[in-house]
Structure formats: structure tokens, C-alpha cells
Design a binder for this molecule. Structure first.
Ligand SMILES: Cc1cc2nc3c(=O)[nH]c(=O)nc-3n(C[C@H](O)[C@H](O)[C@H](O)COP(=O)(O)O)c2cc1C
Length: 321
């Protein structure tokens, strides 16, 4: 979970428990990714994974105009200083892959895109397992054909955060995935989205999935570094229809709690990652002052099953034991 939600201590605690902790590299400079990996390695000898936003687009570092809707809110809140924003230069994929191999990270998961042939070959040569996030069996076919994926992460539409697939806006059903996997008996299928409780885990495994991936359930633990107000909003669920898909926060479709920012109708949506940086000052201000209307409150529809904040160990014991 990218965006400052987890720490190396958090990931290591998850891995030490026997669950595969996931380092979020999204939005991070290379040096920070390296330090994150090194910190996790210092705290656990168990397996962990690293998640990559796969995007090869070049983004100009020239200042760009923020959408007028964001400027209006900044002006209303009295925080408007700059009408422009810039996109920091992201690490190149080849630098990230080199780092992952150098650091002997055992598992890589990808989202938003596909790795190139040479990158796959390098990871495979190093013995790294590849997990590819997909939303549909069409994407699953492409993943097996081009990514040599060891594990597919089937993300359904209940999932919190961004839609992780790379093709078009289609979700296949659980039945379609289970039936698709019959042709790939040496591969593994993990389901994610709306899985929160021990019963959810049991049910998902019973349906034929090999594993589960959980986001929102981990967010609502004491140890996650989501803000206090974010956690409280997740528990309170004050708005009747609590989660929704929005593109207004980062420019890419993502599920989170309904708030003013998620509902904002941006006429000239600049797309991903532009909107992430265009809305950054506003979101930071909202976090600093505890305003939940202008933060990104990513959450899956499984929040309906979360009633209290638990300690991380309590939560993991509740779903596994
Ligand atoms: C706060 C938050 C941040 C997330 N960040 C990422 C990310 O950086 N990379 C990624 O592949 N998925 C990310 N996801 C999606 C999760 O990997 C997973 O698909 C989702 O959390 C599953 O649904 P659930 O939240 O209902 O458990 C994020 C989800 C949340 C809630």
C-alpha cells in the first residue's frame, strides 16, 4: 500500500508472522526504496515482496497548471500559493529491477502495467518470483504470455485503492478465473478485494483460490501509519454508501471513502500520475489539520465488516488462527 500507509517495521511484522509483507515502492525515489528494503531485511529473515507501479511514460518536469477545481478549493482554504505543480522524476524501471536483484528481494508484484522481456528475464535469472495484478482473464492470458508470472493477483472491483490491471476497464468473475486457471496447474491464483475476516479467507480458499491479498484490513490496525482521522473515518462510515470509485484524486480509477475530494467533478482531469501531484498540497494540508474531506481515504468495500481498530498481531491472529 503506497502513500505512507506502512513502515518497514509494519512489513517485517507481517512477514515475521508468516504472511507475505509487501513493500510499496510507488511514488518513492530510488534511494528511499533502497532504504525501505534494507530496513525490512534488518527486521526479518522471512520472505517479503516489493510492489512496482509499472509505467514507462516520460513525464516532463516542467510546471503544469493545476485544474481550476483544485485551485478553487485551495483558495477557499487559504492555502493557495502556486497555481502550478511539477511531477518529480520517478526511478527508471531498470534501476528498480537492478536494486531488487542486488538486494535479493524474493518476490516482485506489479501493478498498472507490464514489465519488459529483458526485465522479466533478469528477475527470473535471479530466482525472483513474479506476481502480476490483473482484473480480467484477458489480462491474465497476457500476463502468462508476456510476464512469465508465477502468481496472478486477481483484483476484483471491491478492492480498495487503484484498479491494478493494465488493459481496459473490465472485471472478470471469480468463476471465470477459477475455470481459466485449470489450464495452468503449475501457477497460483490469489484473490484480492473485500477480504477482511477469517471467514472471508476461508471462503476464498474454499472456492479454489490459492491465497488472498488484503489491504484495507491492515489499514485499520494501530501500527498502520494512516492518519488517526483516516482510521476513524473507516470505522465510522458516516456516509451511507461508504466507498466509491473516483479518478479525481490521482487521475486513475481507485476505490475509497466518499468525501468531497473523491466526489469532485474535474472537467479537465489530467490523468495519472498528474492528478496525484496536482492534488498533493491539498491532501497534505488536509492530513496536517485532520480534515477528512480532502484526503485520499482509499478503502475497499469490505470496510463494512470492520468495526474497531486492532493491533496488527491481533488482526493477523484473527484472520489466520
Ligand atoms: C491505501 C491503499 C493503498 C494501496 N496501494 C497499492 C499499491 O501501492 N500497489 C498495489 O498494487 N495495490 C495497492 N492497493 C491495492 C491493494 O493491493 C489491494 O488490491 C486492495 O487493497 C485489496 O482490497 P481490500 O482493500 O478490500 O483488501 C492499495 C490499497 C489501499 C487500500
Amino acid at each position: 500500500m503506497a502513500g505512507g500507509i506502512t513502515t518497514p517495521e509494519f512489513i517485517a511484522q507481517v512477514s515475521n508472522f508468516g504472511i507475505l509483507g509487501a513493500i510499496p515502492s510507488g511514488y518513492m525515489p530510488l534511494k528511499q526504496v533502497q532504504e525501505f528494503i534494507e530496513s525490512v531485511k534488518a527486521l526479518t529473515s522471512k520472505a517479503f515482496s516489493i510492489n512496482l507501479f509499472v509505467d514507462y511514460n516520460y513525464y516532463s518536469q516542467d510546471p503544469l497548471a493545476k485544474p481550476k477545481e483544485i485551485l478553487e478549493i485551495e483558495a477557499e482554504l487559504g492555502i493557495l500559493k502556486e497555481s502550478k505543480f511539477t511531477i518529480p522524476s520517478p526511478p527508471t524501471m531498470s534501476d528498480l529491477i537492478e536494486l531488487i536483484i542486488e538486494q535479493n528481494v524474493p518476490v516482485v508484484s506489479t501493478t498498472f502495467g507490464l514489465l519488459k522481456e529483458a526485465e522479466i528475464a533478469a528477475l527470473k535469472k535471479a530466482g525472483t518470483l513474479i506476481m502480476t495484478t490483473v482484473n480480467s482473464v484477458e489480462e491474465a492470458t497476457i500476463a502468462f504470455e508476456t510476464q512469465d508470472s508465477d502468481i496472478l493477483i486477481y483484483q476484483n472491483s471491491n478492492a480498495g485503492g487503484h484498479q491494478g490491471g493494465f488493459e481496459c476497464d473490465v472485471y472478470s468473475t471469480e468463476v471465470e478465473f477459477i475455470s481459466f486457471m485449470q489450464n495452468y496447474s503449475d501457477k497460483y491464483l490469489v484473490m484480492t478485494g473485500g477480504i477482511v475476516t477469517r471467514d472471508d479467507v476461508k471462503c476464498t480458499l474454499k472456492k479454489g483460490f490459492d491465497g488472498v491479498q488484503i489491504g484495507t484490513g491492515f489499514l485499520t490496525t494501530n501500527e498502520s501509519t494512516a492518519t488517526k482521522e483516516y482510521k476513524q473515518a473507516l470505522i465510522a462510515k458516516t456516509r451511507h454508501d461508504a466507498t466509491m470509485f473516483t479518478t479525481s484524486i490521482t487521475g486513475k480509477k481507485a476505490r475509497g471513502l466518499k468525501n468531497t475530494l473523491a466526489l469532485l467533478d474535474i472537467q479537465n482531469n489530467l490523468g495519472f500520475p498528474h492528478m496525484h501531484y496536482a492534488s498533493m498540497l491539498l491532501r497534505k494540508y488536509a492530513r496536517d489539520v485532520g480534515n477528512t474531506e480532502f484526503q485520499s481515504l482509499w478503502a475497499g468495500s469490505g470496510i463494512n465488516k470492520i468495526e474497531e481498530i486492532k493491533s496488527l498481531n491481533e488482526y493477523m491472529n484473527a484472520i489466520i488462527k
